[in-house]
Design a protein around this ligand. Structure first.
Ligand SMILES: [Zn+2]
Length: 245
């Protein structure tokens, strides 16, 4: 995952970011913002300048830059971070964190910035130890704003990380992979194998319509129960199978 660029990398020491502490136990959502500027107004190639200017703008209103994090086409940045309470979501700052997806106008973010935003969400989830939903600033109760704009809004689904893999509990590395697959096969029409610390799965459906499986994974080799199971690993997919183990 991309690394978070810390506050010290952009902030002018003369104007530190300050505010009350976050109570992370209260956080129940991540609010997505955009800068809400005219097309072309921000030089997104210069995040340090953009962030310093934004911070100064808010200092002029009496408080530090309000967002916890921001993403640019060149990386993701800590603003208030995990230590200073969000100040971007009026009436909701006690229970939210915020990410500002830095775009001009109502542009969508380029793919690399979408990736940084998704990394940021994943990072927050990891930091909280739980997955909290994303919400558009304008969808917060009581908020009347176009934020985060039609472009960023259209990308919400891409900001959500793939399901976080469940923790690996006692991978049976001592068990022969084929034996493991055999045991699982007896319980279901799917099988999974452990190879080292990675789990693989294979579909070895004995009967019925395989078209859905094949559409997803390619040709599935039917199992002949009398044959060597190892010959029936038709298609191996790295992943997590909620139906097994
Ligand atoms: Zn906003």
């Amino acid at each position: 995952m991309s690394s978070l660029i810390r506050r010290a990398a952009w902030v002018d020491p003369k104007y530190p970011v300050t505010g009350p502490a976050v109570n992370l136990a209260n956080i129940d959502s991540i609010v997505i913002h955009y800068p809400g500027v005219d097309p072309g107004a921000l030089n997104l190639d210069n995040p340090v300048q953009v962030l310093r200017n934004t911070h100064l703008f808010y200092l002029g209103k009496g408080y530090s830059i309000g967002y916890n994090f921001a993403t640019f086409p060149s990386g993701r940045y800590e603003l208030r971070g995990f230590d200073i309470k969000n100040a971007a979501n009026v009436n909701h700052n006690d229970h939210t964190l915020s990410i500002n997806v830095m775009v001009n106008g109502a542009d969508p973010a380029p793919p690399i910035q979408v990736q940084y935003t998704r990394d940021m969400v994943e990072d927050i989830w990891a930091h909280l130890g739980r997955e909290v939903p994303l919400i558009a600033h304008g969808d917060l109760p009581g908020a009347a704003t176009a934020c985060p704009g039609v472009g960023v809004r259209s990308q919400f689904a891409q900001f959500i990380p793939a399901a976080v893999a469940p923790p690996v509990v006692n991978p049976p590395t001592a068990l022969d992979p084929e034996e493991r697959m055999t045991q699982l096969y007896r319980k279901t029409n799917k099988a999974a194998v452990w190879l080292g610390d990675r789990r693989f799965r294979t579909h070895v459906n004995r009967e019925g319509d395989l078209s859905a499986l094949e559409a997803e994974y390619g040709p599935v080799v039917p199992l002949d129960p009398s044959a060597d199971l190892g010959a029936h690993v038709g298609r191996i997919v790295v992943g997590n199978d909620p139906g097994d183990i």
